[in-house]
Design a protein around this ligand. Structure first.
Ligand SMILES: [Zn+2]
Length: 80
């Protein structure tokens, strides 16, 4: 989950899975994190809902390690 200060700047990112508070400096997350923002559609049981959560890199690794089919990984051509 993300917390913003009253100026709309990112203040905190907390891993929804383990509760770890990630390092945020000047509105930017300074460690590995994944943000999920998913709009469920008509074909789901959650039509009209948008779900948001954040994972730290350790939880991401744990969760994806349980996948029967591994995550597709490709190298970015240009690091932004
Ligand atoms: Zn975590």
């Amino acid at each position: 989950m993300k917390k913003y200060n009253k100026n709309g700047q990112l203040e905190a990112v907390i891993c929804n899975s383990c509760g770890k508070k990630l390092v945020v400096d000047k509105g930017i997350v300074r460690e590995g994190a994944m943000a999920i923002d998913h709009a469920w559609d008509y074909f789901s049981e959650k039509d009209g809902q948008v779900h948001h959560f954040d994972l730290c890199e350790e939880c991401y690794d744990e969760i994806t390690a349980e996948f029967k089919i591994p995550v597709d990984v490709e190298e970015q051509l240009e690091l932004l």
